[in-house]
Design a protein around this ligand. Structure first.
Ligand code: GTP
Ligand code: MG
Length: 204
């Protein structure tokens, strides 16, 4: 896992995507689920902006290992993409509609996208709009893994059962990775497991 990371680009629409490198991973999920916080936690740096207000991240934000520009021939071995959330956000409707469209277009149309981490708030479980995104990923045959977030907010004893229930719920989904991850950006839980999962992608 790279030591230092940098922000290279914020992408407001598909035509501003950087050149495709060897591998991209993206963090998707409902607004406020903890995407930006989890990226900061696994990279070990406060690079992505986080907020209590749903709708903080409004572009596709690209993070790459230090030393790569992402331009021309200088393509990084991996890019980590923070995404706007879907669902409720505190922003004008046209804006929310535009970034929701961007998220959906990106998820089904980015050929270098190796895996999507779909974040699910441990307190809320898989909601209707999550299921729509999973449907889209299944249809587009884009590999994804579910990651429970904010597990510090539920009783520790309930976590294994929640992981099991979530695994059962996605069993018949074509593009789902069977294992569920459980994380807390706040307490550091599950971060090594997530880093390990990403490191495996780099070896493939
Ligand atoms: P958008 O960009 O608006 O879609 O949100 P996001 O999914 O990027 O969420 P973000 O990382 O900004 O976090 C939203 C809120 O949840 C912030 O107030 C975070 O501090 C809080 N949060 C994130 N992760 C955790 C966690 O593991 N535990 C707890 N208790 N709070 C968390
Ligand atoms: Mg965010």
């Amino acid at each position: 896992f790279a030591q230092g990371w940098v922000f290279i680009r914020g992408v407001p629409s598909m035509k501003f995507l950087p050149p495709e490198g060897p591998l991209e991973i993206a963090f998707a999920g409902r607004s406020n689920v903890g995407k930006s916080s989890l990226i900061n936690a696994i990279l070990g740096q406060k690079l992505a902006r986080t907020s209590n207000t749903p709708g903080r991240t409004q572009e596709l934000n690209y993070f790459v290992p230090d030393g790569y520009s992402g331009e021309g021939k200088d393509l990084p071995p991996i890019a980590v993409v923070d995404m706007p959330g879907y669902g409720f956000a505190e922003a004008p409707k046209e804006q929310v509609d535009a970034w929701t469209r961007l998220v959906f277009d990106y998820l089904r149309g980015r050929s270098t996208l190796k895996r999507v981490y779909v974040l699910i708030d441990a307190r809320h479980g898989v909601k209707k709009n999550d299921a729509e995104v999973l449907d889209l990923l299944d249809r587009a045959a884009v590999s994804y893994q579910l990651v429970l977030t904010k597990i510090d907010k539920i009783k520790a004893a309930g976590v294994p059962r929640l992981m099991e229930e979530t695994a059962q719920a996605i069993k018949k989904r074509a593009a789902a990775y069977p294992e569920i991850l459980a994380t807390s950006s706040e307490k550091g839980a599950g971060l090594d497991e997530l880093r390990g999962a990403i490191a495996l992608l780099l070896e493939e």
